[in-house]
Design a protein around this ligand. Sequence first.
Ligand code: ADP
Length: 787
Amino acid sequence: MLKKLRHFNDFIKDWYNPVEYDLKLYYKILNEINDIKLKTLSDNELKTVSRKLKQRAQKGESLDKLLAEAFALVREASYRVLGLYPFDVQIIAGIALHKGKIIEMQTGEGKTLAAVSPAYLNALSGKGVHILTVNDYLAFRDAQWMGPVYEFLGLRAGYIREGMSIEKRQKAYSCDVAYVTAKESGFDYLRDFLCADRKNVAQRRFNYAIVDEADSILIDEARIPLVIAGNVKTEAEGLARFHNIVKGLEADADYEIDQYERNIYLTDAGLMRVEEMLGSGNLYDIKNLELLTKINCALHAEKLLYKDKDYIVRNGRIEIIDEFTGRIADKRHWPDNLQGAVEAKEGIASDYKGKIMGSVALQHFLSLYPRLCGMTGTAKRAAGELNELYGLEVLVIPTNKPCIRIDHEDVIFTDIHTKNKAIIKEVIRANKRCQPVLIGTASIEESENLANDLNKAGVECRILNAKNDAMEAKIIAKAGELGAVTVSTNMAGRGIDIKLGGMNEEQRDGVAALGGLYVIGTSRHESSRIDDQLRGRAGRQGDPGESRFFISFEDGLIKKYGIIRTTDIHDYRAKQQDPHEDASIKRAIEKGQRMVEGYNSDVRRQLWKYSYIIEQQRRIIHNRRQEILHDRIVPELLSVKAADRYYSLMAEVGEEALRKAEKQITLYCINKCWADYLDYISYVQEGIHLVSLGNKNPLDEFHRIAAEAYENMVREIDSEIVNIFNSAEADENGVLLDDKILKGPSSTWTYLMNDSPDQFSRLPYLVKAASTYIKGTLFSVRSIFKK
Ligand code: ADP
């Protein structure tokens, strides 16, 4: 069934899982590195060796030739500066990173240090290296921790974090090695696109990046769009009209809502009513896409989003409430049109509207690095996708010491209530022996409830919820202490190492004797990689450890995808107090998780097909603009298209002033027309899934519309440049231009289009584009379980 639905090529790609285990080549290079003896050299002599390597690299000698010496040098420097002598497996990992691989290296094996050698080697050329961390705290920590090694060898390291001034950013990016989150680097890239003056550009050209926690950034978060927006004045948009139309529609008769309350559809009758009120004719006609999108957003805003549950209105603004935490989500926006629709519903009139000036999905942003590699504890299972999307291969690095963690079988219950009781009982059991326990939950709400229940049962626990990176690092580092119980969402405290005994080294052996850290998962995640990451928190560097997942038929994953049939649940009701021992259930859950993974990966693939064309266009526009900004291209449009005025002004203000004016106007027009283009495309994206109802292929239609709109935009840029030039005044100082042209937008802000974990279901903009496809696949997932 599934086979029929999926494209043959996709199948081949899934089947070809590019994971490499063969380390022969790496051991050969390792031996060369081990043969270089540097122990007897003084610090100064080591620095001289480093200087010479740098000169050779800058003269153009290939980095592969310098590898052995560079790695040996870093190894020795690391020992002298940090007291850490990189293990052979860390050196092998470093070689693979230099070769552009994604390495799978277990938690606690020392990825931070492993990245230093390839970063050093690739920075020798002077072109800069980025190490992309998962959060600001780790960018800061790793730069502070590893910085002295680079400095010892005559290179500079810096870090970037949110809120830093432009001067500090420039300084950090000018360092040989910059530690920064992928998100901040992406935002700087977008900000640079709006710079009207070269002096304010933050980043250099990209060269080489090492991505930490690579699977989560390259796969799980890859499709999240980074957005930069600016305030622009708007005319009355008339969104109230759409609000008024949908307000009068009646449930069931005019529209239907799906069972998860996440999608809403007009019925045939509803459609006719709306068409009549709009006087638009067939709303599904491609020429009505914008109207259709506005109606859909108005419907969504009116019928699916509730004030004081999904959002609040404060100081004349809509502020979104996070579904999981119940707190106000800072700087979160819905996609533009939905945001506008909610504003219309609440009658918030605004003269200014945040307009998207630029955006890039993390996935496409990362592809801009000419050389990319990454490291993570869980890459194997994502190997096919990493290869397909980025052309990257996975290499599995063996652990330095064998892993002796015991991964217990899942314990499965019928309902959540019994499951939770069992979890509490198990925590109490471990806690009585003082064995440290880390419980990984699916949401902040679940963490809080569980912590409450544990407290009621007399177990003290610490709770972590991915809100404050630095504080979390401190808490999670203590999770290995004797008797510690820590409740955490899966994502909290990522990248932080849990040592047995925590900071109290004397406790280490005692905790090891109790079996080490005991990790409990309260449910299976949609991606088994996330489960593996949780398990991987125990049993680091050959330590003892245990892991166990508790599952119930009522868990989100199992219910959402119908993994266990409801009839089965009735059969099992009778013995619901006990865990299920039935092997077929275990297999079904395991298989279900694989199917969901495949399905999510198909959705990502599909979304990629939509974004690819826009991405190609963005690259062309972005590159052209930055070439002009840096005076590598001189635009020469006006002397041809506005020749009369151009040559008459030439006598008055001189050629240089004209060139300067043309450059500023061109930079401005590119930004303006691109922003208008994105605006238009967002309408198209939000409505395109509906063309399938008119028997057209949405993807083909989307490509056709985007290609045509792009051509128009390119022409529009030229004509705007000519118009602005022709209407600008001039005096003896040159052509007089507006501040907005000379300085760029007065205020901009950046945000992630959606930072909620459940992006698919909350973002109609993304989901709808692929909805026809999803329904097909979902059906097949279900039907397989029905058999
Ligand atoms: P990972 O990111 O792989 O989970 P980290 O980079 O956080 O691991 O390092 C885990 C721990 O291992 C750190 O406490 C670090 O000091 C230690 N470590 C790393 N490399 C070495 C080494 N070569 N010798 C001794 N300890 C090391």
